[in-house]
Write a protein that binds this ligand. Structure first.
Ligand SMILES: O=C(CO)[C@H](O)[C@H](O)COP(=O)(O)O
Length: 219
């Protein structure tokens, strides 16, 4: 799969969110990554479906919604109605992973499954035919601006091998956390396709140069 660059709006200036999103869309990003946190599954609270709805009304690009919330089944319909193109849930956030993935696809939305850094790839067993995307967290979820966890490189490699072995080699692997021009190269080498970047993009005044630098590193 071609490289996908997905700026995480967690690192944007919320006081001018629409202008911030416009800046990365105009700079040539592929998707917009929306981090939803509930103050329970992770120790931070961010945004809800209203933000997705506003962005949907203004932008046509892919809206990639990452639910870092406990019991995501309760909010999946609201985010689907708001216009999410992809909804990713955490394996660790519900005993009903299969049901939650079914719910997402049932709403006509692509389904992603996220694994925290310490979660085994065994979490994929029995659901690898239910996912349109596998998100491997490369930091512990909750905050932007953290350092990439090196051990996740081997995990990405193992996940890619595992997907190929189970005849799901076409499922893209997304990585999220600490992505910059150096870590993107290593993650791509290990088999990742979709790169979420917050501070490496929104932390730079020149958004096009920031996105181009990430692409150049894996070009
Ligand atoms: O999901 C996240 C944190 O839970 C963020 O998307 C992620 O940390 C991106 O920010 P940065 O690129 O600054 O690390």
């Amino acid at each position: 799969m071609n490289v996908v660059i997905a700026p995480s709006i967690l690192s944007a200036d919320f006081g001018k969110l629409a202008a911030e999103v416009e800046s990365v869309v105009e700079a040539g990003c592929d998707w917009i990554h929306i981090d939803v946190m509930d103050g329970h599954f992770v120790p931070n609270i961010t945004m809800g479906p209203q933000v997705v709805s506003v962005l949907r009304s203004r932008f046509s690009c892919t809206l990639d919604v990452h639910l870092m919330v406990q019991s995501p089944e309760q909010v999946i319909p609201a985010f689907a109605d708001a216009g999410a193109d992809i909804i990713t849930i955490h394996k660790e956030a519900t005993p009903h992973v299969h049901r939650a993935l079914q719910m997402i696809r049932g709403q006509g939305v692509k389904a992603g499954l996220a694994l925290n850094p310490a979660t085994e790839l065994d979490g994929l067993t029995y659901v690898d035919d239910m996912i349109d995307l596998l998100l491997i967290m490369t930091v512990n979820p909750g905050f932007g601006g953290q350092i990439f966890i090196p051990a996740t490189i081997e995990k990405i490699r193992s996940a890619r091998e595992r997907l190929i072995r189970s005849n799901h080699g076409d499922v893209p692997i997304e990585v999220d956390g600490g992505i910059n021009a150096s870590t993107i190269q290593r993650a791509r080498g290990a088999g990742a396709d979709i790169f979420v970047a917050g501070s490496a993009i929104f932390g730079e005044d020149n958004r096009k140069a920031a996105i181009d630098a990430l692409r150049a590193a894996v070009g």
